[in-house]
Design a protein around this ligand. Structure first.
Ligand SMILES: *[C@@H]1O[C@H](CO)[C@@H](O)[C@H](O)[C@H]1NC(C)=O
Ligand SMILES: *[C@@H]1O[C@H](CO)[C@@H](O)[C@H](O)[C@H]1NC(C)=O
Length: 221
């Protein structure tokens, strides 16, 4: 009897869990890199050519647009490392592929350590690299080589205003569709990096300095 009951319970459980399992199996595929990002050079989405390296502002805009995540450094508020630099990976987007605004938008939760840090000190520095695409592997550039173009953006992380909310949301959700299903209990909110300083490492000879005005003015991506 007990065996029969267990078998029945197992069958019912399997039946109930099947959709969840299917979701689990399907979700990572959808979530991995999401759509229109990350998997550059998957057949349907070729990485556009790097802009001329001498146009550092344009290179910076290119890197921001093709990258869908970055390492954000904040100043820690954690016990034991208070006041020390603290970097974490954050998903971001400045808009659809090829149509970026240059503004790195984030979808953040107060539960994140970085956000706790930012609440005390909004200054932050964001790094993004073409090593996140297959560009550097393809040409054999080590991630630390300036030929593997990377950029460093410094500024403050601020909540986006009501008027900018739709732009932030569309920019993020188009590149990170799974954000739509992140648990609402985490109180996600839209934020952006208000950029004050930009360094571009895209060639030998040290970082190039680009002003935010030059960066936002750079077009033809
Ligand atoms: C963004 O940074 C600039 C330069 O520091 C500053 O003037 C401006 O007030 C900041 N914007 C916001 C919304 O904090
Ligand atoms: C903005 O771009 C235009 C056209 O490329 C250029 O002529 C102008 O100098 C740029 N301004 C700044 C601040 O970079």
């Amino acid at each position: 009897m007990a065996g029969c009951a267990c078998g029945f319970v197992r069958a019912v459980l399997a039946f109930l869990l099947a959709p969840a399992l299917v979701t689990l199996l399907v979700a990572p595929a959808r979530g991995r890199g999401g759509r229109g990002h990350g998997d550059w050079d998957a057949a349907e989405l070729l990485l556009p050519p790097l802009p001329p390296r001498e146009n550092a502002a344009l290179v910076a805009r290119f890197v921001t647009n093709v990258c869908d995540w970055g390492a954000l450094a904040t100043i820690s508020t954690q016990e034991g490392v208070r006041g020390r630099p603290f970097a974490d990976v954050l998903s971001l987007s400045d808009g659809p592929p090829g149509k970026g605004s240059g503004v790195p938008y984030f979808y953040l939760s107060p539960l994140q350590q970085s956000v706790g840090n930012l609440q005390e000190n909004p200054y932050a520095t964001l790094t993004m690299s073409l090593a996140e695409t297959n560009f550097c592997r393809k040409y054999g550039f080590d991630p630390q080589s300036p030929l593997c173009a990377h950029i460093i953006l410094s500024g403050t992380v601020i909540k986006v205003s009501e008027t900018e909310m739709d732009v932030a949301k569309n920019s993020l959700f188009i590149r990170h569709p799974e954000m739509k299903t992140w648990p609402s209990s985490h109180n996600w909110f839209f934020a952006k990096l208000n950029i004050t300083n930009i360094w571009v490492l895209d060639y030998f000879g040290g970082p190039k300095i680009v002003t935010p005005a030059e960066y936002y003015n750079a077009t033809s991506q």
